[in-house]
Design a protein around this ligand. Structure first.
Ligand code: ADP
Length: 372
């Protein structure tokens, strides 16, 4: 796996019971996955020679992030290296402009959008969609809300252009909530769909995921799953695909973005589904039959644990574990920095209010924002 973050750490964990030899390309030995994988190559994923050396001896390569340059992926494929998902699919998760154009082609619903050349063009786009505010996004390099601007006035429209990367303008969707439709597809074309979840963000960062999305109309949930399966098929995705969606006031769903790797909106599956997103990603990448995606409990809630003011989160375990014996804690081994995602917790059960309260309490206690 290329990339040493928590997604690689948890994918590695899912491969252990299958006896898979897992090799990692990581930036530093301190990276979340590099701390636990036995075969770690330290190096820069932006360097083609490093990638080529790393690929030697691998049966298949997959990714913990979408930042490996597309031309390097093409070079590796030309060398005969098996990459899953492949370059042709991955480019849609790397470049929001390419993604929007392709989704239009296959008739998948998106917010109104177009590439804009400069702040004046952004203002013209705003006029076309009924005025400010609009959303501007750099087509490449964004994550966790970085690279996304809520633009309220023409003066606000200057910053996104400073990065020197093409800028995508989108109408500001008046959504009631954000959903995610997560599916896994194998090279054979076998695919499984997880229940559609609700994802709540705070300051552009995922905070809580509820599985399944409460009160979601069955028909809309089915549409969202079918849409994700269709996108995966049309784009040739192999592995886990997260389709982030907006649910609008008038009961439609619009695609926000695509991630072709395990995703934060699927962390609940570790404890809440028969087969986790990580286990199914491993199976798909190795072209093995996929596992059952169905939930184990009526409700599962995932809350991210963000870094707080004190560096030692482990002292909070005593309280959290004693309070809730069913609580599942997943920490990533990262140094605690305020606002950084350092772990998550999962809770599950029959009563949504109770399951939500337990997850929120544990995440808040670990962070230090709840003290009793
Ligand atoms: P990232 O690459 O950081 O994940 P996203 O494209 O998912 O960026 O945008 C981050 C957040 O910004 C979304 O989760 C959503 O809350 C908000 N957002 C993005 N696009 C729009 C839009 N067109 N309308 C309204 N809100 C948006």
């Amino acid at each position: 796996m290329v990339g040493g973050g928590q997604l690689a750490r948890m994918t590695h964990e899912a491969g252990i019971p299958l006896g898979i030899k897992f090799k990692l390309l990581s930036d530093t030995p301190q990276d979340s996955a590099a701390q636990v994988v036995s075969e770690v190559v330290l190096g820069d994923y932006r360097d083609l020679d490093t990638l080529r050396d790393f690929a030697r001896g691998c049966d298949v390569i997959t990714f913990d992030h979408e930042h490996v340059p597309a031309e390097h992926l093409a070079a590796l494929e030309a060398d005969g290296v098996v990459i899953r998902p492949g370059r042709e699919a991955l480019v849609h998760a790397q470049d929001k402009g390419v993604m929007r154009a392709r989704l239009d082609e296959i008739g998948a619903p998106s917010p109104r959008h177009r590439i804009v050349a400069d702040p004046a063009d952004a203002a013209a786009f705003a006029a076309e969609v009924g005025g400010f505010p609009i959303i501007l996004k750099t087509v490449r390099g964004g994550y966790d809300g970085k690279g996304v601007w809520f633009v309220r006035t023409p003066e606000d429209a200057h910053d996104p252009f400073r990065a020197g990367v093409p800028v995508l303008a989108e109408e500001k969707v008046d959504f009631v909530r954000e959903l995610a439709a997560n599916i896994v597809r194998s090279p054979h074309g076998q695919a499984v769909a997880y229940p559609v979840v609700e994802s709540r963000q705070v300051d552009g960062v995922c905070d809580t995921v509820i599985a399944p999305a409460p009160g979601l109309d069955e028909e809309l949930a089915g549409q969202a799953q079918e849409l994700a399966l269709r996108i995966a098929k049309e784009l040739g995705v192999v592995g886990h695909l997260a389709v982030e969606l907006f649910q609008t006031k008038d009961g439609r769903i619009l695609v926000n973005e695509l991630a072709m790797r395990p995703h934060n909106s699927g962390h609940w599956t570790q404890d809440g589904a028969v087969t986790s997103q990580f286990a199914n990603h491993v199976r798909a990448v190795l072209d093995l039959p996929l596992g059952d995606p169905r939930p184990r409990a009526p409700w599962t809630v995932m809350c991210n644990v963000l870094g707080g003011d004190y560096p030692d989160m482990y002292s909070a375990y005593l309280h959290c574990m004693a309070r809730d014996p069913q609580l599942k804690i997943h920490m990533y081994g990262k140094d605690v920095k305020p606002g950084r995602k350092v772990g998550h917790v999962n809770t599950y059960g029959d009563d949504l209010d109770d399951v939500l309260e337990r997850a929120r309490h544990a995440a808040g206690y670990l962070r230090g924002t709840i003290v009793e």
